[in-house]
Design a protein around this ligand. Structure first.
Ligand SMILES: Nc1nc2c(ncn2[C@@H]2O[C@H](COP(=O)(O)OP(=O)(O)O)[C@@H](O)[C@H]2O)c(=O)[nH]1
Ligand SMILES: [Mg+2]
Length: 357
């Protein structure tokens, strides 16, 4: 599971990366020629895991995690040819870091501060990159289909032709009716305008009061977009402090909380994933899986052997388990259900997979 931070140069991507990953990558006002993305694993806090684990003090507690990638800035108009396009396509979710702070010492890609214009142009660039990709594929398909009949290729062409107007008009593919079978046909393209997208605005200090409702600052945002805000300057200063010193400074700025825990708490939902829990011999552990996943798919997240040898899943909702105590007590109370391979996993399920090794 990967979330990738991207955006125009000098918007605060690496600053946000440091905040979200607890990293200390150096940030600079000018380009230092570094091209390698920064990558860290970030653990995802979940209060349910802590409460389940409390009944098993002898076991280790293991949170779910995701990879966070911080890309080098992409210049205006260059997404479709960017060296980093491959990274964007690999991501499960995209976080567009948007410059919202004024600072004359730090060059602005557009030459002036305009977060809404940056959001719009980046969205257009993502859709354009998809259009270029779809047209390239269509061109090749036309050639191949002239040479040889291929029913799968015909289907793919038909689908791409149906999607194309949404790309050409700049709307993109998100929200279009696409069946699971069609999704399979185009999965390998990893269209950017199908990926979950969040605009994370790096607010100016003077706008700090609007940090939890950035829509209020930018009424022109209009359309239903997913938007969050952080304040790179202030939050990085606070992150440098000792734990004990932070609350006083946060109170002074009127900052109710830091962006990192807020974002980590929402990351799974942003990616369209749900959480389930396992209580193993040595550890109590949280996992995430696609929100429509079957029990067999969830088993495969843990180990392919468990999916292969799947017999039954013993399932109880976390809240029910917490009322009853341990899994052993829940079993004695007859509160554990047996589910088959096709069972649709629910957010918060605690699952024990029976399998034949
Ligand atoms: N004034 C101000 N400067 C910031 C803020 N966030 C980041 N910067 C500065 O902007 C420069 C670029 O930041 P960086 O995180 O490297 O941006 P990136 O190029 O998007 O990765 C650095 O000098 C940062 O210190 C902010 O909220 N306010
Ligand atoms: Mg950077």
């Amino acid at each position: 599971m990967n979330i990738t931070l991207f955006g125009y140069p000098k918007t605060g991507k690496t600053t946000l990366f440091n905040l979200l990953a607890g990293a200390h990558v150096e940030v600079r006002a000018y380009d230092d020629g570094k091209r390698e993305p920064n990558v860290r694993s970030v653990s995802l806090p979940d209060g349910r895991l802590d409460r389940i684990a409390a009944a098993y003090p002898e076991k280790k507690r293991v949170a779910a995690s995701m990879d966070l990638t911080d890309l080098v800035g992409i210049s205006f108009g260059e997404v479709k040819t960017s060296l980093f396009l491959g990274h964007l396509r690999k991501a499960d979710g995209l976080v567009h870091v948007v410059r919202g702070f004024a600072d004359e010492d730090i060059p602005h890609a557009r030459g002036r501060l305009d977060p809404v214009a940056d959001i719009r142009s980046m969205e257009e660039e993502l859709v354009l990159a998809d259009l270029v990709l779809a047209d390239g594929r269509l061109e090749r398909l036309e050639k191949d289909l002239k040479k040889m009949k291929d029913p799968e290729g015909e289907k793919e062409r038909e689908l791409l032709l149906r999607l194309r107007p949404s790309l050409e008009s700049g709307r993109g593919l998100r929200g279009l009716p696409i069946t699971p079978a069609e999704e399979k046909l185009i999965r390998s393209f990893a269209f950017l305008s199908l990926k979950p997208l969040l605009h994370f605005i790096n607010l100016d200090e003077k706008d700090l009061a609007a940090i939890r409702r950035p829509e209020a600052l930018f009424p022109a945002l209009g359309a239903p977009r997913r938007v969050m805000a952080f304040c790179g300057r202030i939050e990085s200063d606070i992150a440098e402090l000792e734990d004990g010193e932070r609350p006083a400074f946060m109170a002074e700025y009127g900052l109710a909380g830091m962006s990192a825990p807020l974002f980590a708490g929402q990351a799974a939902a942003f990616l369209g994933r749900i959480s389930f829990f396992t209580v193993g011999k040595d550890e109590v552990r949280a996992w995430t899986v696609r929100e429509d996943a079957s029990a067999a798919e969830a088993a495969g997240i843990i180990h392919s052997d468990i999916a292969k040898g799947f017999i039954r899943a013993e399932v109880i909702a976390a809240e029910a388990l917490l009322r009853l105590g341990t899994l052993h007590q829940a079993k004695e109370a007859g509160a554990i259900r047996l589910e088959g391979k096709e069972y649709a996993v629910q957010d918060g399920d605690v699952i024990y997979f029976r399998f034949a090794p």
